[in-house]
Design a protein around this ligand. Structure first.
Ligand code: ADP
Ligand code: NI
Length: 216
């Protein structure tokens, strides 16, 4: 099928549907996250190339059926197909976008299939949203919804390594266990560059935080 509609008109319709479907989701996991991923994905695409239309569609659709909001079942690829089939989008593009959405997630790990350049771009943009000032806020918000503290003082958790003070099930623990490892998992050079700066900011934040707590 040859697309008769303007790509921008299609993106607008996808945006509308995704915003509606994700409207009940809290900050950090809602449309705010999707908009940041879209912005970052565009920036990376401008530097490394790839099909901008596919990048934008995949960014919009990547969390549309997030398992956290669908009884533990990841339905993003299924919803992506559903939304795109109702629009004037060619089959090859539908398959490409839903393949990206299906294989993007960190949780898929080694089960994930090789991503196209467009998929690598959106995956990097998604991972970058867990870093920097936004990453700090999202970690704290996530912890708050689970009654998980951001920090437990060294004196209380028996840790002897002050650089990792309070790394049990805490927000700071999450920084060390997941977030500071993301940089090595990124696909594209521009993303690695952005990640380095964001990680540096998080480390400075942690240093100051622990100083204020009297840990250093
Ligand atoms: P994604 O947006 O890729 O689906 P997740 O749902 O895994 O990512 O996580 C969303 C946000 O919550 C991220 O910023 C992540 O760092 C944070 N988060 C995930 N797990 C934890 C945890 N155990 N403790 C604190 N923050 C977490
Ligand atoms: Ni995401």
């Amino acid at each position: 099928m040859i697309s008769m509609e303007e790509p921008n008109a299609i993106i607008d319709q996808v945006a509308e549907q995704v915003s509606e479907r994700m409207s009940g989701q809290q900050a950090g996991h809602g449309v705010d996250h999707v908009l940041r991923v879209l912005k970052t994905a565009r920036e990376i695409q401008a530097q490394v190339g790839g099909d901008r239309f596919v990048v934008e569609l995949a960014a919009w659709l990547h969390d549309v059926g997030d398992a956290k909001f669908h009884d533990g079942v990841e339905r993003s690829a299924e919803f992506a197909r559903e939304i795109l089939r109702d629009l004037d989008v060619g089959n090859d593009i539908i398959e490409h976008v839903s393949h990206i959405v299906d294989n993007l997630s960190f949780r898929k790990g080694s089960a994930a299939k090789e991503l196209s350049l467009e998929g690598k771009i959106v995956q990097d943009a998604d991972r970058l949203d867990a870093l920097g000032a936004i990453g700090i806020v999202r970690t704290i918000e996530f912890g708050a919804t689970r009654g998980q503290p951001f920090y437990v003082s060294e004196a209380n958790d028996g840790s002897t390594d002050s650089s990792k003070a309070g790394t049990g099930k805490t927000g700071i623990g999450h920084f060390h266990e997941k977030l500071f490892k993301l940089r090595d998992l990124l696909n594209t050079e521009p993303a690695k560059h952005i990640a380095a700066e964001r990680e540096q900011f998080m480390r400075a934040f942690l240093d100051q935080f622990l100083r204020e707590c009297g840990e250093e």
